[in-house]
Write a protein that binds this ligand. Structure first.
Ligand SMILES: C[S@@+](CC[C@H](N)C(=O)[O-])C[C@H]1O[C@@H](n2cnc3c(N)ncnc32)[C@H](O)[C@@H]1O
Length: 265
């Protein structure tokens, strides 16, 4: 299934800018804390995007460790290479989450944040993560449940259709609901699940929801019967709600920590 969203240079630049915003910095700090990279470890970042977490992981493992960041998007790879330039222990390469390739059991830690929702063959991707982990190795995955969105509109039916249309940019819009079982199915043991909330109000004018309004308004046209006029009216209502201080947006994202059973090296 195609996701319908392209991580082209424009989208890559938009996400890179968004990832510097406080809500994203906080989310990444929590991911790093849960992943807990240690000096000397070998780490894989699947779908490394613009490389913010990849750079943090690189600092975490130090020069005696290694980090490999893989991604499908050329423009993301370019941003990640620039960001990780100062880390000789880090390589950034083109690659597919569903076909990681290479030897079995070669990483102590595999992270993948906000990526697996896009991967049609999710179980194959999880199988690849399990395969490349050493016995005792860990994985930290972050995924969004797009039906956890609570977003105020005076026109609930239009809001529902806009959000259903946006779900079409993903292969698995409610992945956290099945991820635990899917991880077990590939032989990984889930050790903890943590929920992260993003909550934004009228003052968050450059945050996650502001970026979403532009992206959703463009993407939704022609999906779920949404016309250009409706998409514009939906976005305009959100701006009006902001001005009226009646804007409310929240979403739930889930960190899954799991291990490959066995003794660590
Ligand atoms: C929302 S971004 C997240 C980037 C990064 N992990 C982060 O959290 O900052 C999603 C990334 O997943 C990548 N991606 C999507 N499907 C992929 C696949 N099958 N294999 C590798 N990368 C993929 C995209 O190119 C994009 O860079």
């Amino acid at each position: 299934m195609s996701t319908g969203l392209s991580f082209d240079p424009g989208m890559s630049a938009l996400l890179e800018a968004q990832y510097t915003r406080p809500a994203m910095v906080l989310r990444r700090a929590r991911a790093l804390e849960l992943a807990d990279p240690k000096l000397g470890e070998d780490v894989l970042d699947v779908g490394c995007g613009p490389g913010f977490l990849t750079a943090d992981l690189s600092a975490g493992v130090g020069e005696n460790g290694s980090v490999l960041g893989i991604d499908q998007s050329e423009s993301m790879l370019e941003l990640a290479r620039k960001r990780c330039d100062g880390y000789p222990q880090t390589r950034i390469e083109g690659g597919d989450a569903a076909a990681i390739g290479g030897e079995d059991a070669r990483f102590d830690l595999v992270v993948s944040t906000q990526v697996l929702e896009y991967v049609a063959d999710i179980d194959r991707a999880l199988g690849e993560i399990a395969r490349v982990l050493r016995p005792g190795g860990r994985t930290l995955l972050l995924a969004t449940d797009w039906r956890s969105v609570a977003w105020y509109s005076s026109d609930e039916s239009r809001m529902d259709r806009m959000l259903r249309a946006w779900e079409e940019h993903l292969a698995h819009p409610t992945l956290p609901r099945t991820l635990g079982k899917r991880l077990e199915n590939v032989g990984l043991e889930v050790t903890r699940i943590d929920r992260h909330s993003i909550l934004e109000g009228a003052d968050d004018r450059t945050g996650y929801s502001a970026m979403l309004i532009g992206s959703i308004a463009g993407f939704a046209i022609g999906r779920q019967g949404i016309t250009e006029e409706e998409a514009r009216a939906w976005a305009a209502e959100q701006e009006a709600l902001r001005a009226d201080r009646a804007f409310h947006f929240s979403i739930g994202q889930y960190y899954f920590s799991a291990v490959r059973p066995g003794s660590a090296r």
